[in-house]
Design a protein around this ligand. Structure first.
Ligand SMILES: [Cu+2]
Length: 254
Protein backbone atom coordinates (compact mmCIF):
# COMPACT_ATOMS: atom_id res chain seq x y z
CA UNK A 1 0.00 0.00 0.00
CA UNK A 2 2.76 2.38 1.01
CA UNK A 3 4.46 1.64 -2.30
CA UNK A 4 1.39 2.79 -4.18
CA UNK A 5 0.96 5.99 -2.10
CA UNK A 6 4.61 7.00 -2.55
CA UNK A 7 4.20 6.80 -6.24
CA UNK A 8 0.77 8.27 -6.66
CA UNK A 9 0.76 11.10 -4.09
CA UNK A 10 3.65 13.21 -5.44
CA UNK A 11 2.18 13.01 -8.92
CA UNK A 12 -1.21 14.09 -7.55
CA UNK A 13 0.39 17.04 -5.81
CA UNK A 14 2.16 18.10 -8.97
CA UNK A 15 -1.07 17.74 -10.90
CA UNK A 16 -2.91 19.89 -8.33
CA UNK A 17 -0.24 22.58 -8.42
CA UNK A 18 -0.34 22.63 -12.22
CA UNK A 19 -4.14 22.91 -12.27
CA UNK A 20 -3.96 25.71 -9.69
CA UNK A 21 -1.45 27.71 -11.70
CA UNK A 22 -3.37 27.19 -14.95
CA UNK A 23 -6.59 28.39 -13.30
CA UNK A 24 -4.75 31.43 -11.82
CA UNK A 25 -3.41 32.30 -15.28
CA UNK A 26 -6.90 31.93 -16.75
CA UNK A 27 -8.37 34.21 -14.07
CA UNK A 28 -5.66 36.83 -14.51
CA UNK A 29 -6.18 36.79 -18.29
CA UNK A 30 -9.96 37.15 -17.96
CA UNK A 31 -9.74 39.99 -15.42
CA UNK A 32 -7.29 41.84 -17.71
CA UNK A 33 -9.73 41.48 -20.62
CA UNK A 34 -12.58 42.69 -18.40
CA UNK A 35 -10.64 45.72 -17.15
CA UNK A 36 -9.57 46.72 -20.66
CA UNK A 37 -13.09 46.35 -22.09
CA UNK A 38 -14.68 48.26 -19.19
CA UNK A 39 -12.11 51.02 -19.72
CA UNK A 40 -12.87 51.20 -23.44
CA UNK A 41 -16.65 51.12 -22.87
CA UNK A 42 -16.50 53.86 -20.26
CA UNK A 43 -14.45 55.99 -22.58
CA UNK A 44 -12.11 58.71 -21.47
CA UNK A 45 -14.48 61.62 -22.05
CA UNK A 46 -17.69 62.89 -20.52
CA UNK A 47 -18.86 65.48 -18.05
CA UNK A 48 -17.61 63.52 -15.00
CA UNK A 49 -14.36 62.11 -16.43
CA UNK A 50 -11.12 62.85 -14.61
CA UNK A 51 -9.38 61.59 -17.77
CA UNK A 52 -10.72 64.57 -19.71
CA UNK A 53 -9.17 67.41 -17.67
CA UNK A 54 -10.30 70.98 -18.35
CA UNK A 55 -8.17 72.95 -15.90
CA UNK A 56 -4.54 73.18 -14.70
CA UNK A 57 -5.13 71.23 -11.46
CA UNK A 58 -7.00 68.40 -13.15
CA UNK A 59 -4.35 68.25 -15.89
CA UNK A 60 -1.58 67.73 -13.33
CA UNK A 61 -3.64 65.04 -11.58
CA UNK A 62 -4.36 63.32 -14.92
CA UNK A 63 -0.62 63.24 -15.78
CA UNK A 64 0.07 61.61 -12.39
CA UNK A 65 -2.77 59.16 -13.05
CA UNK A 66 -1.36 58.09 -16.43
CA UNK A 67 2.16 57.64 -15.01
CA UNK A 68 0.78 55.48 -12.17
CA UNK A 69 -1.42 53.59 -14.62
CA UNK A 70 1.61 52.93 -16.86
CA UNK A 71 3.86 51.79 -14.00
CA UNK A 72 1.05 49.69 -12.47
CA UNK A 73 0.35 48.17 -15.90
CA UNK A 74 4.04 47.34 -16.40
CA UNK A 75 4.23 45.65 -12.97
CA UNK A 76 1.04 43.71 -13.75
CA UNK A 77 2.36 42.63 -17.14
CA UNK A 78 5.65 41.59 -15.51
CA UNK A 79 3.88 39.45 -12.91
CA UNK A 80 1.68 37.88 -15.60
CA UNK A 81 4.79 37.18 -17.68
CA UNK A 82 6.46 35.42 -14.74
CA UNK A 83 3.29 33.41 -14.17
CA UNK A 84 3.17 32.28 -17.81
CA UNK A 85 6.88 31.46 -17.63
CA UNK A 86 6.34 29.35 -14.48
CA UNK A 87 3.53 27.39 -16.14
CA UNK A 88 5.55 26.89 -19.31
CA UNK A 89 8.57 25.67 -17.37
CA UNK A 90 6.62 23.44 -14.99
CA UNK A 91 5.28 21.55 -17.97
CA UNK A 92 8.78 20.86 -19.26
CA UNK A 93 10.74 20.18 -16.09
CA UNK A 94 10.16 18.09 -13.01
CA UNK A 95 10.12 20.06 -9.71
CA UNK A 96 13.71 21.00 -8.80
CA UNK A 97 15.18 20.89 -5.31
CA UNK A 98 14.57 24.22 -3.51
CA UNK A 99 17.59 26.53 -3.74
CA UNK A 100 17.80 28.68 -0.58
CA UNK A 101 20.24 31.26 -1.93
CA UNK A 102 18.17 31.85 -5.06
CA UNK A 103 14.99 32.00 -2.98
CA UNK A 104 16.46 34.65 -0.65
CA UNK A 105 17.68 36.67 -3.63
CA UNK A 106 14.21 36.52 -5.15
CA UNK A 107 12.52 37.62 -1.92
CA UNK A 108 14.97 40.45 -1.17
CA UNK A 109 15.16 41.60 -4.80
CA UNK A 110 11.54 41.14 -5.83
CA UNK A 111 9.94 41.78 -2.45
CA UNK A 112 12.01 44.69 -1.08
CA UNK A 113 14.41 46.27 -3.58
CA UNK A 114 12.11 46.32 -6.61
CA UNK A 115 9.04 47.69 -4.74
CA UNK A 116 11.21 50.43 -3.21
CA UNK A 117 12.63 51.32 -6.66
CA UNK A 118 9.10 51.54 -8.06
CA UNK A 119 7.27 53.15 -5.13
CA UNK A 120 9.80 55.79 -4.06
CA UNK A 121 9.79 57.70 -7.39
CA UNK A 122 5.97 57.50 -7.46
CA UNK A 123 5.83 58.84 -3.91
CA UNK A 124 8.15 61.72 -4.85
CA UNK A 125 6.09 62.45 -7.94
CA UNK A 126 2.89 62.49 -5.88
CA UNK A 127 4.39 64.95 -3.37
CA UNK A 128 5.67 67.17 -6.20
CA UNK A 129 2.26 67.15 -7.88
CA UNK A 130 0.46 67.96 -4.62
CA UNK A 131 2.88 70.81 -4.02
CA UNK A 132 2.42 72.14 -7.56
CA UNK A 133 -1.36 72.35 -7.29
CA UNK A 134 -1.55 73.52 -3.67
CA UNK A 135 -1.39 77.20 -4.61
CA UNK A 136 -3.01 78.89 -7.63
CA UNK A 137 -0.70 80.44 -10.25
CA UNK A 138 -2.01 83.90 -9.32
CA UNK A 139 -4.10 85.07 -6.32
CA UNK A 140 -7.82 84.42 -7.01
CA UNK A 141 -9.90 87.56 -7.51
CA UNK A 142 -13.20 85.82 -6.81
CA UNK A 143 -14.26 83.96 -3.66
CA UNK A 144 -17.29 81.67 -3.67
CA UNK A 145 -18.74 80.20 -0.48
CA UNK A 146 -20.41 76.85 -0.89
CA UNK A 147 -22.41 75.25 1.91
CA UNK A 148 -23.38 71.61 1.70
CA UNK A 149 -26.89 70.63 2.80
CA UNK A 150 -28.54 67.21 2.61
CA UNK A 151 -28.75 67.14 -0.42
CA UNK A 152 -28.08 70.41 -2.20
CA UNK A 153 -25.55 73.22 -2.43
CA UNK A 154 -26.00 76.79 -1.27
CA UNK A 155 -23.75 79.09 -3.30
CA UNK A 156 -22.77 82.60 -2.11
CA UNK A 157 -20.68 85.30 -3.75
CA UNK A 158 -19.85 87.30 -0.57
CA UNK A 159 -18.12 90.19 -2.34
CA UNK A 160 -21.12 90.74 -4.62
CA UNK A 161 -24.09 90.12 -2.31
CA UNK A 162 -25.39 87.26 -4.41
CA UNK A 163 -26.76 83.93 -3.12
CA UNK A 164 -27.97 81.10 -5.33
CA UNK A 165 -28.48 77.35 -4.99
CA UNK A 166 -27.99 74.30 -7.11
CA UNK A 167 -25.66 75.87 -9.69
CA UNK A 168 -22.39 77.72 -9.65
CA UNK A 169 -21.01 80.25 -12.14
CA UNK A 170 -17.33 81.13 -12.45
CA UNK A 171 -15.25 83.15 -14.89
CA UNK A 172 -13.14 80.88 -17.14
CA UNK A 173 -9.38 81.27 -17.46
CA UNK A 174 -8.62 82.39 -13.91
CA UNK A 175 -8.36 80.69 -10.51
CA UNK A 176 -11.36 80.94 -8.19
CA UNK A 177 -11.20 80.44 -4.42
CA UNK A 178 -13.86 78.23 -2.83
CA UNK A 179 -14.73 78.27 0.87
CA UNK A 180 -16.47 75.04 1.70
CA UNK A 181 -18.78 74.44 4.65
CA UNK A 182 -21.46 72.00 5.70
CA UNK A 183 -24.46 72.44 7.97
CA UNK A 184 -25.28 68.78 8.58
CA UNK A 185 -22.99 65.87 7.67
CA UNK A 186 -19.67 65.56 5.84
CA UNK A 187 -19.97 66.16 2.10
CA UNK A 188 -17.18 66.42 -0.43
CA UNK A 189 -16.94 69.00 -3.19
CA UNK A 190 -15.71 67.52 -6.46
CA UNK A 191 -15.62 68.85 -10.02
CA UNK A 192 -13.95 65.84 -11.71
CA UNK A 193 -12.80 67.68 -14.85
CA UNK A 194 -11.38 70.62 -12.91
CA UNK A 195 -9.78 69.60 -9.60
CA UNK A 196 -9.50 67.02 -6.84
CA UNK A 197 -11.97 66.52 -4.00
CA UNK A 198 -12.20 68.66 -0.86
CA UNK A 199 -14.34 67.63 2.10
CA UNK A 200 -17.08 69.90 3.44
CA UNK A 201 -17.01 69.34 7.19
CA UNK A 202 -19.53 70.76 9.71
CA UNK A 203 -17.90 73.46 11.87
CA UNK A 204 -14.86 73.79 9.60
CA UNK A 205 -14.11 76.03 6.62
CA UNK A 206 -12.03 74.23 3.99
CA UNK A 207 -10.49 76.28 1.22
CA UNK A 208 -9.58 75.12 -2.26
CA UNK A 209 -9.13 76.70 -5.66
CA UNK A 210 -9.93 75.59 -9.14
CA UNK A 211 -9.76 76.97 -12.64
CA UNK A 212 -11.59 76.13 -15.85
CA UNK A 213 -9.31 76.80 -18.81
CA UNK A 214 -12.23 77.19 -21.25
CA UNK A 215 -15.85 78.30 -20.95
CA UNK A 216 -18.17 75.32 -20.67
CA UNK A 217 -20.53 73.36 -18.46
CA UNK A 218 -18.93 71.13 -15.87
CA UNK A 219 -20.27 68.87 -13.16
CA UNK A 220 -19.96 69.20 -9.40
CA UNK A 221 -20.85 66.14 -7.39
CA UNK A 222 -20.68 65.13 -3.77
CA UNK A 223 -17.87 62.60 -3.30
CA UNK A 224 -18.63 61.56 0.28
CA UNK A 225 -21.59 59.33 1.08
CA UNK A 226 -23.95 61.69 2.91
CA UNK A 227 -27.28 59.91 3.12
CA UNK A 228 -30.04 58.45 0.97
CA UNK A 229 -29.92 61.07 -1.81
CA UNK A 230 -26.12 61.32 -1.94
CA UNK A 231 -25.97 60.07 -5.55
CA UNK A 232 -28.26 62.94 -6.63
CA UNK A 233 -26.21 65.64 -4.89
CA UNK A 234 -24.91 67.20 -8.07
CA UNK A 235 -24.99 70.63 -9.67
CA UNK A 236 -23.75 72.20 -12.90
CA UNK A 237 -20.75 74.52 -12.84
CA UNK A 238 -20.90 77.11 -15.63
CA UNK A 239 -17.55 78.56 -16.60
CA UNK A 240 -18.20 81.71 -18.62
CA UNK A 241 -16.15 84.34 -20.38
CA UNK A 242 -15.35 87.23 -17.99
CA UNK A 243 -17.95 89.42 -19.78
CA UNK A 244 -20.70 86.78 -19.57
CA UNK A 245 -19.86 86.14 -15.94
CA UNK A 246 -20.02 89.86 -15.10
CA UNK A 247 -23.39 90.08 -16.88
CA UNK A 248 -24.71 87.06 -14.98
CA UNK A 249 -23.55 88.54 -11.68
CA UNK A 250 -25.21 91.88 -12.50
CA UNK A 251 -28.48 90.12 -13.37
CA UNK A 252 -28.41 88.20 -10.08
CA UNK A 253 -27.79 91.37 -8.08
CA UNK A 254 -31.09 92.78 -9.35
CU1 LIG B 1 -23.20 65.11 0.03
Amino acid sequence: MSYALDNIFPENLRQNARTGVVSAVRQAFCSTLLLVSVGILNGCAGIASTLDPAGPQAERIAVLHWIMFGVGGAVYAGVLGLLFFAVWRSQRRAAAEPDDARGTLLIVGGGIVLPLLVLFPLWGLTLTSMNEIAEPPQPPRLTIEITGHQWWYEVRYPDHGVTTAGEVHIPAGEPVLFELRSVDVIHSFWAPRLAGKTDMVPGVVNRMWLEASQPGTYLVECAEFCGLMHAKMQMPLYAESPEDFAAWLASQRK
